[in-house]
Design a protein around this ligand. Structure first.
Ligand SMILES: [Zn+2]
Length: 105
């Protein structure tokens, strides 16, 4: 199989993890939607694991049909029991906050 044919549908990066105070691994999802317009803690999101990737879509962008609003993160570890939202580990892939401010209510 030619993997180069999948280049146009590259993931946005690896799913990040952290270890909590009891040593359990927690999946960390971006707190801002991929379009950079919404805080997922405010609008809500949908996370679906598919073929080694976690797809995190913003509910607000889905409703308004914003293109390319779904994060595609490569799953590197077995599924975790918990997940949380945090932008900090995703600074390198997030849209620039100065140009696309996150709306907070
Ligand atoms: Zn959004």
């Amino acid at each position: 199989m030619d993997v180069r044919s999948r280049e146009t549908t590259r993931p946005d990066g690896d799913l990040r993890y952290r270890v909590d105070h009891v040593g359990a691994t927690v999946a960390v999802l971006p707190a801002t939607c991929k379009a950079g317009q919404h805080s997922l803690t405010v609008t809500g999101y949908r996370a679906v694991a598919s073929e080694g990737e976690l797809h995190v879509s913003c509910r607000a962008c889905t409703l308004t049909l914003v293109a390319d609003s779904t994060w595609r993160l490569t799953i590197a570890r077995p599924s975790t029991e918990r997940a949380e939202l945090d932008d900090e580990p995703y600074r390198d892939v997030l849209p620039s906050p100065s140009r696309t401010p996150v709306r907070r209510r």
